[in-house]
Design a protein around this ligand. Structure first.
Ligand SMILES: [Fe+2]
Ligand SMILES: [Fe+2]
Length: 153
């Protein structure tokens, strides 16, 4: 049995974002399974990208990854995956292919952060560094809710 990951409380808001990221991957898969038009799925992934993932990636790059240092191979891998995911989310061609890459690569990226990177980070982080990560985490205003729930169609 895999051990449940003990996440430091200051990193829990980021782990919660990861949970929503995995849900996004699930919704893309459901969309495909239900033969939802790719454009309709893409409208949702565009919204989710801007509202949740852009700030999440920025916070990780600015406050979380530097804890391990810019030369750490795991940090380099994560930054590379962010670059790749940015390209995918911002791409407007071959929507169906791009969505299925997002589904695959975002899930892998999140699993890597949860299973490897965040554990390494919380091992070496100072209480101050952890507090800074927590302070800068802002949940988007929840006034905006996505109404087109294609994954329930
Ligand atoms: Fe990340
Ligand atoms: Fe992340």
């Amino acid at each position: 049995m895999p051990q449940p990951i003990k996440r430091h409380p200051s990193l829990q808001p980021l782990s919660r974002d990861h949970h929503f990221g995995l849900l996004l991957c699930f919704k893309i898969r459901e969309g495909f399974r239900r033969k939802v038009e790719p454009e309709r799925i893409k409208r949702y992934t565009d919204w989710f990208w801007k509202l949740y993932l852009v700030p999440h990636f920025e916070l990780e790059e600015k406050y979380v990854f530097p804890i391990l240092g810019a030369d750490d191979p795991r940090v380099l891998q994560a930054i590379d995956e962010h670059r790749r995911l940015r390209q995918l989310f911002e791409s407007t061609d071959e929507i169906s292919v791009t969505l299925s890459r997002i589904e695959e690569e975002l899930e892998q990226h999140i699993r890597f952060e949860e299973r490897v990177l965040f554990n390494a980070i919380q091992e070496v982080a100072t209480p101050n560094q952890l507090a800074t990560c927590e302070e800068h985490h802002k949940m988007p205003e929840v006034t905006e809710v996505w109404k087109d729930e294609f994954w329930l169609d």
